[in-house]
Ligand binder design. Structure first.
Ligand SMILES: *Cc1c(COP(=O)(O)O)cnc(C)c1O
Length: 377
């Protein structure tokens, strides 16, 4: 008997919940024949800037372009070093290689999976120009610590917020800021499975710096401020109007969707709490986690557990099986690697379980019972 799998993320269910609104928005955009730019894109840029709490927000084609635009705008020189984790999606460091910058791979903390600030500081050299933290799996990194190190050494900070839209960090003065709004530039992805996903590719960059904002806007538009006046070499990176229309429908639901993910994560934490062989995710005291992924650490038997789950109709994914410093693509670009012992250990232990806003408690009980049986037999 073919079983229907419990998916990592149920996009079907999410669409059906807002089908009428989405369909209407898409039809309206098609009828307007305004496919590039126009009111939907402008509306989204304004609404999203307000939600994140930043002065300027520029929509672009995807989250990878967002990172590329950010590093183009910073005007770094060939060989300048950028501190970033090895335990992340390839896009993070790929753009550095393409721009002839040197990624310096730094260790992550094995509890939060985010870059270890102490190791980060140790990796700073005379060539270091920027820090590129990734709010991995949805948890905001320790931005107060990262910003104070950046300040001490005069470095820019680009936040890769692809997985963490809506998470935040509370500073010791009480201020709470959303991920992406704290560094020099923040980058976002609206890939369909991200917490705020469109129906294709989409992304954005944001900043509070007026000059950088102007630069970012020009770079995404072939280096022009005025039509047919190209002041710098740029690229073509835009969010199309249909994607903006979808995002305009979905943005108002983001908070409640993130809240449902947090509730589901708490249920997992509770159901998995008495299994000695796994560790459930931990959240820093001053940061929030929006659980783009719910990732457990298995002391042993991770691959066999994944196989068992698959046989019982449960999806799970290893994010990420190979750290960037061990990827073939990165052997060809200059990079430096720090001590990466934790990174090399956790790639063999992590397993992400299904999570999204429509996951049911009964499904989670089913998943957790399989995990319990696996470790207790
Ligand atoms: C998804 C993702 C990206 C890239 O986003 P795209 O929209 O797919 O280009 C970059 N960084 C991280 C950490 C991601 O998860």
């Amino acid at each position: 008997m073919a079983k229907t799998m419990i998916p990592m993320v149920n996009l079907q269910d999410q669409y059906l919940q807002m089908k009428d609104e989405i369909d209407a928005a898409i039809l309206k955009t098609v009828a307007s024949t305004r496919f590039i730019g126009g009111p939907e894109v402008e509306k989204f840029e304004e609404a999203f800037a307000e939600y994140i709490g930043v002065k300027h927000l520029i929509a672009c084609a995807n989250g990878t372009d967002a990172l590329q635009l950010a590093f183009m705008a910073l005007n770094l020189e060939e060989g300048d070093e950028v501190i970033t984790p090895s335990f992340t999606y390839a896009a993070t460091a790929e753009v550095l290689g393409l721009l002839k910058l040197t990624p310096v791979f730094v260790e992550v903390d094995p509890v939060t999976f985010n870059m270890d600030p102490e190791m980060m500081e140790k990796s700073i050299s005379a060539k270091t120009k920027a820090i590129l933290p990734v709010h991995l799996y949805g948890q905001c990194a320790n931005m107060e610590r990262i910003l104070s190190i950046a300040d001490k050494y005069g470095l820019d900070v680009v936040e890769d917020t692809a997985q963490a839209v809506g998470s935040s960090h509370q500073f010791s003065n009480g201020n709470i800021k959303k991920s992406g709004s704290m560094g020099t530039i923040g980058t976002f992805s609206f890939f369909p499975s991200k917490n705020l996903g469109c129906f294709g590719d989409g992304g954005a960059v944001c900043t509070n710096d007026d000059k950088l904002a102007e630069q970012l806007r020009m770079l995404a538009k072939h280096g022009q401020k005025q039509k047919y006046k190209h002041e710098i070499l740029g690229c073509n990176s835009r969010l199309d109007s249909l994607q903006a229309a979808v995002l305009n429908v979905k943005l108002p639901y983001l908070e409640s969707y993130n809240q449902s993910r947090i509730t589901a994560a708490n249920i997992y934490n509770e159901l998995l709490s008495d299994i000695a062989q796994i560790r459930t995710p931990e959240v820093l005291e001053n940061s929030t986690h929006v659980y783009h992924q719910y990732t457990i650490l298995c002391e042993h038997g991770r691959n066999e557990l994944q196989e068992k789950l698959r046989n019982e109709g449960v999806s799970s994914v290893i994010y990420y099986p190979i750290p960037l410093h061990k990827q073939k693509a990165f052997t060809s670009i200059p990079h430096r690697k720090g001590e990466l012992d934790n990174t090399e250990i956790i790639v063999d232990k992590v397993l992400s379980l299904p999570i999204d806003s429509s996951l049911k408690r009964e499904q989670q009980e089913y998943i957790c019972n399989i995990i319990k049986h696996y470790f207790n037999s």
